[in-house]
Design a protein around this ligand. Structure first.
Ligand code: ADE
Length: 226
């Protein structure tokens, strides 16, 4: 998979890809992640990439031309399955969206900044708008890190234990059951006995029951979805 991220602040985005699972995925060539700065595509002599909104109002707006030129440049050498703009008024990110995107070959992610981006980018240049939640970030970079993490960990072979990503919360419409490791007793707190019994069918049944119970308690809305 190839992910191209268009951002004015690549430095905000570098460290998530330099450690742990994302770094491993990159080192194993499961994914390549490239940063592109619209400033490098600005024809303005001051490398300007924003301007005042037509009609007035507070805040600056990212201009269309540097983004369009950057997209043209990328599209010359690659075909893209999706061109995503990150914005708080987009489709809400959820596990099914990440699952779907993890199957794509090439995607572009555009990070907004300032007050937003010229509407014509949204109307003509992108294929999809995604929000990571009902709150406003200073820019799309942290949202891009979240989106990339949720996608990349699903690429086959990225997580060592193949079944691990499939047992995450939300994958089967339920929250994940509680999980424990050694020691079996710490202070006066013991691990549920069944988990140390070695009886796999019983353990599986216990996990299913706990997942259901936890979902009922914390996220009953998940059980009412079709
Ligand atoms: N940019 C600013 N806020 C955002 C959000 N909540 N989701 C995605 N992109 C954003």
């Amino acid at each position: 998979m190839r992910i191209d991220i268009i951002t004015l602040f690549p430095e905000l985005l570098s460290s998530p890809f330099e450690a742990s699972i994302l770094k491993r995925a990159i080192d194993a060539n499961k994914v390549t992640v490239n940063f592109h700065n619209p400033r490098d595509y600005s024809n303005n002599k001051h490398k300007k990439v924003d301007d005042y909104p037509f009609g007035g109002g507070a805040g600056m707006v990212m201009t269309i031309e540097p983004i369009d030129l950057c997209l043209e440049h990328l599209k010359k050498t690659n075909d893209y399955d999706e061109i995503i703009y990150l914005t708080p008024d987009g489709e809400q990110l959820a596990q099914n969206v990440s699952n779907e995107l993890s199957l794509k070959k090439n995607i572009i992610i555009i990070c907004g900044h300032y007050k937003g981006i010229d509407q014509r980018v949204r109307d003509h240049l992108i294929t999809r708008e995604i929000s990571i939640g009902d709150f406003v970030l200073s820019g799309g970079e942290l949202a891009a890190a979240v989106l990339c993490d949720s996608i990349i960990r699903l690429i086959p072979g990225v997580i060592g234990d193949e079944s691990s990503a499939l047992t995450d919360s939300y994958q089967d419409g339920l929250l994940a059951p509680p999980i424990y490791t050694r020691p079996a007793k710490y202070k006066e707190w013991s691990v549920p006995e069944i988990l140390t019994s070695g009886d796999t069918p019983k353990v599986d049944a216990w996990r299913e029951e706990k997942a259901l119970e936890k979902t009922q308690r914390l996220r009953p809305d998940l059980l009412n979805e079709d």
